[in-house]
Write a new protein. Structure first.
Length: 274
């Protein structure tokens, strides 16, 4: 049976979600897979796109998988402690996090992204069971958050988003989430200033014509944006758990970066509570 393949028309920052998807798919093909994201592999097979543009290799695929695994782990930890929480998955793209995590059926889950991305997601990924909803909007728009009930603790996960925002938009987003919900956590990755300056060395960013804006050099700065907001973790990318699972060339590169001032702070994965 022939399956129609999805023709991709995404550009700019939205197009870069395909690099992340492809990285997770490549990782799933590896005999030493880190994330085992078979859903990503199935989605890639249904997409009509030249994934060579993504510039993803075995090392960068492992890095993508390790980042996703860390955010998965923190999300699962939160949901284990809050059986009736709300998950706010921002800039969800074609991420299969809701399918990967075996979360309690009492959890309320929202996947949020631009309308065209949500439409593509609905065509490519199976709808999960339980209380699951999708919202098609820019995360910087004002009205969409009103559609999310504010009666539960929330865990907001945004992977591969912060660096595409301008600082004022990131500040506003964090302030709005913390101000609306009774308690929760924010889980996201970021670039430091050097990462922003070197952005054109990232093939997915360069080839999509995307632009990165917001650098976070001091994770503690964000604590001042809302009363009670506290940084729990600020993992450098070069210190992520599981780096020993990367290909040898990747392990060497990460070791070198970890010992170079400035480069060790190129990327981080952050966890806050409020």
């Amino acid at each position: 049976m022939t399956v129609d393949r999805e023709k991709i028309t995404l550009t700019g920052a939205q197009e870069t979600l395909l690099a992340t998807l492809y990285g997770r798919a490549l990782d799933s093909r590896s005999p030493r897979s880190i994330l085992h994201d078979d859903g990503a592999e199935q989605a890639v097979r249904r997409i009509d796109y030249d994934f060579r543009k993504a510039g993803v290799n075995a090392t960068s695929a492992a890095g993508i998988a390790l980042r996703a695994k860390q955010l998965d782990s923190w999300t699962a930890e939160f949901l284990a402690d809050h059986q009736e929480a709300t998950v706010l998955h921002l800039a969800c793209g074609l991420d299969t996090r809701v399918q990967r995590l075996d979360h309690p059926p009492s959890v309320r889950w929202f996947d949020v992204d631009h309308s065209e991305v949500i439409a593509l997601r609905a065509r490519l990924l199976p709808a999960p069971p339980g209380d699951y909803r999708m919202i098609g909007t820019s995360v910087t728009a004002d009205a969409w958050l009103d559609a999310v009930p504010d009666d539960r603790p929330i865990v907001a996960v945004f992977e591969g988003l912060s660096m595409y925002l301008r600082k004022e938009d990131g500040t506003r987003l964090i302030e709005r989430i913390c101000g609306r919900f009774p308690s929760g956590q924010l889980l996201f990755d970021c670039y430091g200033s050097l990462g922003i300056r070197l952005q054109k060395l990232v093939p997915a960013v360069r080839n999509a014509g995307a632009t990165l804006h917001w650098a976070i050099d001091d994770p503690r700065e964000i604590e001042g944006w809302h009363d009670g907001l506290q940084c729990l973790d600020a993992l450098r990318s070069v210190d992520m758990p599981g780096l020993d699972q990367m290909p040898a060339s990747g392990r060497t590169s990460m070791w070198v970066l970890a010992h170079l001032p400035g480069f060790r702070d190129v990327g981080r994965i952050l966890r806050y509570r409020f």
